[in-house]
Design a protein around this ligand. Structure first.
Ligand code: SF4
Ligand code: SF4
Length: 295
């Protein structure tokens, strides 16, 4: 896959990014740095004890890192996993709800490891105000989680947002979030940053609606659309607003993907990694690189 394959975007290469290129995912490794604890919205599928589904399946992060520790961890991983090409910040909260920690981490990594590609994921609430910084820091890839276009559907997924120092609920909150997600998407595409859109398929809530989402993210120039199944399991804790919600059954996700009519390429190799995952896709070597082991 090349950067120009489905979206017409040009600029950063995807050939060595294991998530943005299916061909690359057997050859190159990524690591996520858990430097971003806070979040500015509530998704009904998140219980805050777990990683952000912006980029990941909910799963426990073993430790929260400071920007300085994050760089030490990259140093250690790079020494043992030479295939490392991508460093991403994906949680455990929302990276852009922790801009000081997130951007300091990006700056430190860019200074010491200019050969590594930087990647961020976000719920998009504050994305428009951070786009220029993202571009200036040479962050090549951004993932935005967009679960709805319509505030009516969005209000079922997001009970509230925290915006301009106020908690806002219901459809009004969803409308603000959705507006900023799409504005951020457009601004990034205009600046040549590659954008992946993640959408969580929640049966009975948004699955048909995701066809519309797919159409619009295609029109707006997203590079990839990653429709992921909700993972609601006892070991992931209690989901605030989705108690009793079932996960997609066998074949449902594939059937939904087959109905998507947008031009954007669909990602099918996502492993719904944790926000501190390390290694090739499908493996997680984070336990080898906890701070007590690398100090
Ligand atoms: Fe949880 Fe991420 Fe949603 Fe925030 S954006 S509530 S961390 S899933
Ligand atoms: Fe890549 Fe999906 Fe894992 Fe993110 S969650 S690192 S997109 S495979």
């Amino acid at each position: 896959m090349s950067a120009s394959c489905s979206s017409g975007q040009s600029g950063p290469s995807v050939d060595t990014h294991p998530c943005f290129s299916k061909d690359a995912h057997h050859k190159y490794a990524r690591m996520h740095l858990a430097v971003a604890p806070a979040c500015n919205i509530q998704c009904n599928y998140c219980n805050r004890k777990y990683d952000c589904a912006n980029e990941s399946r909910p799963g426990v992060v073993s430790e929260l890192l400071t920007p300085q520790q994050a760089v030490e961890k990259v140093r250690a991983v790079k020494a043992k996993i030479p295939q490392l090409t991508v460093v991403g910040i994906a949680g455990p909260g929302d990276p852009l709800a922790n801009p000081a920690r997130t951007f300091e981490t990006c700056e430190r990594i860019a200074a010491e490891f200019p050969e590594l590609q930087l990647c961020l994921s976000t719920n998009g609430l504050t994305l428009p105000q951070h786009v220029e910084r993202i571009k200036a820091l040479n962050v090549h890839h951004v993932t935005i989680t967009i679960n709805a276009l319509d505030p009516e559907v969005g209000a079922k997924v997001y009970p509230w947002i925290f915006h301009n120092n106020r908690r806002i609920r219901g459809k009004k909150a969803a409308a603000i979030l959705i507006r900023n997600q799409f504005k951020g998407l457009e601004m990034l595409v205009e600046r040549g940053v590659l954008v992946k859109v993640n959408s969580v398929m929640i049966p009975g809530m948004n699955e048909d609606h995701l066809l519309e989402v797919n159409k619009v993210v295609s029109e707006k120039g997203a590079f990839l659309h990653n429709i992921m199944p909700l993972i609601s399991a006892p070991e992931h804790g209690t989901y605030f607003g989705l108690m009793g919600q079932r996960n997609p059954e066998d074949g449902e996700l594939e059937a939904l993907r087959a109905r998507c009519a947008g031009d954007v390429e669909l990602m099918t190799h996502c492993r719904q990694c944790r926000a501190d995952a390390v290694g090739m896709l499908g493996e997680d070597r984070n336990a080898e690189f906890t701070m007590d082991k690398i100090a």
